[in-house]
Design a protein around this ligand. Structure first.
Ligand code: AMP
Ligand code: ZN
Length: 118
């Protein structure tokens, strides 16, 4: 199944036209190291299917979102950040801080995180 969008950076990464440091991959997603990490652990979890943002998700794609959540917890465990805790973040749209319009979740940890985000 080729659901890639030609000019989309993350479509190119999941189809391996562009290199990334791959942490984990399966039939639905790829997890890579963020190129500009904001914490000791900063992984991007990216569905293989091009979905522009959380706003564009439809009910046929719920299994992808569920899969991402479970994969995030497994990856967090593998990277040794599960016990202390971590954050799984989706930035949606301009005000949410989204810069790449292919749905992705940030798995951030390895340090005690602050809250709230403002
Ligand atoms: P967002 O601002 O939520 O859309 O997140 C986009 C993320 O992608 C940022 O944290 C960037 O550092 C990261 N990023 C951009 N280009 C690459 C790349 N080529 N490989 C890995 N991460 C990237
Ligand atoms: Zn894409």
């Amino acid at each position: 199944m080729d659901t890639g969008v030609p000019e989309c950076l993350f479509c190119k990464i999941v189809s391996k036209q562009l290199n990334a440091k791959i942490i984990y991959e399966d039939h639905l997603l790829m997890a890579i190291e963020d190129i500009n990490p904001v914490a000791p652990v900063h992984v991007l979890i990216i569905p293989r299917e091009h979905i522009g943002s959380l706003n564009a998700v439809n009910e046929d794609q719920l299994h992808i979102l569920g899969h991402i959540q479970v994969a995030a917890s497994r990856i967090a465990d593998q990277l040794g950040i599960a016990a202390n805790g971590y954050r799984l973040v989706n930035n949606c749209g301009e005000w949410g801080g989204q810069t790449i319009y292919h749905l992705h979740y940030h798995l951030i940890g390895g340090v005690k995180l602050g809250w709230p985000p403002l």
